[in-house]
Design a protein around this ligand. Sequence first.
Ligand code: NAP
Length: 453
Amino acid sequence: MENRRNYQYCLIGNPVKHSFSPLIHNSITELMGLSGEYGLNQVETDLSGEIKRLHSEKINGINITVPYKSDVMECLVSIDDIARAIGAVNTLKWTEEGYIGYNTDYRGLSREISEEGIVLKGENVLLIGAGGAARAAAFLSALDGAKTITILNRTKDKAQIICDDLKKYFGDKTPLLRVCGYDELEVLKGQKYIAFQCTKIGMHPDVDNCIINDKVFYSLLKAGIDLIYTPSDTMFMINCHSCGVKAYNGLKMLLYQAVEAYEMWRDVTVPQAVINEVYNRLRNKTKHSIVLVGCMGAGKSCVGKAIAKKYEIDFVDTDQLIEKKEGCKISMIFEEKGETYFRELEHNCIKELSESGRTMVISVGGGLPVREDNRDYLKKAGVVLYLKAKADTLAGRLVNDKDRPLLKAGKSAEHIQALLDKRGSIYESVADYIIETDNLNINEIVDKGGRLV
Ligand code: NAP
């Protein structure tokens, strides 16, 4: 049959459009000077029919993502033993008879931890969560010869099923297994653990959340691996660090599961220099834009610049952009052309930025969110962060500012309070995240807000 597709490798899932797989695979191909395109294939229904079509079109390699990692097992000519035991297939390799299924998630995790110098042999492993990712970590731990595996999960039955499957596969070579609820952490005392955080709690933009906050728990760890990769420093990792425990996110697991598939499909070894370059690209691509809103004096510019510098992304200030385009100060635009003219410039500015697709920190003028049709553009432009402060705090920060058109009447706390009364609830309604800045210094605000990148 004629090959209708413009790719030879692809990802199947639903949805697939936000996947980083094309970036990883196509970057490796480009950097290794090979050919072959990796594309996205969103499958709504009829997975089996689609797999058959792809096979007849000789699509060499397919990755499978949510929600098809177990359903796809029905559509294959054979399945690698360990993938069958894990109960999930994420990589298909074409053969004349049909596709063979593999699991490269656990291999990706294996390559990540070995790169970080973590050895599981003889160790006590702690798995937090009992979903698909935890299953991969559980089988890896048993394969690598962990001494014990403890699975902590909200639903203990699900953890028990993983234990049963481990016993079925590893027989008398199964590590000592234990299932535990989050209210039974006491039983963990007396041993040190390598912990894998395998729930989605703490994933961007829910960056302040963590499945376990008890410091005693973290003091029991030797190392912590969070399978989440956005934010780059999860709360789980921060908790580990605060107890002197080394911690890692799941970005290398994501990268290496793809590298493993790539190497299997094409029978090549991807050089480390290529892997490092793809990792840098991936790190940049997984960053999010942040939009800072708040009253004058909230610190949007200095916080924004500092976050942008720390995370190596662009900083854009809508007021400065407008001044540059118009060739004069905002105060002059107000005086000469009036506020309505300025608000239209602001509207066009946030619309353009939201449609640019760039990753950046955007500081917007205090009045910009007031116009209702700007708010969708704010949300589209990035995660909206409201730098909140009391009127007194804001007035104190503005003592030496001479360029505020709406403050000509005086920088009194009363005047700012009036602005806050009008705009505060709007900032709150549009914000994905709020930082109360009154008692924080700039570094503390940057640390907190920067985690949204
Ligand atoms: P999953 O199958 O949906 O499992 C989710 C787990 O999280 C379950 O154990 C579930 O507990 C627990 N959970 C969910 N909400 C909870 C809550 N409110 N309180 C307590 N526990 C809660 O997900 P998954 O596929 O295993 O993925 C888990 C995480 O790993 C995700 O963040 C995913 O992005 C990440 N991941 C990363 C990679 C990588 O390459 N780095 C690969 C795969 C997955 P119950 O059983 O009690 O419901």
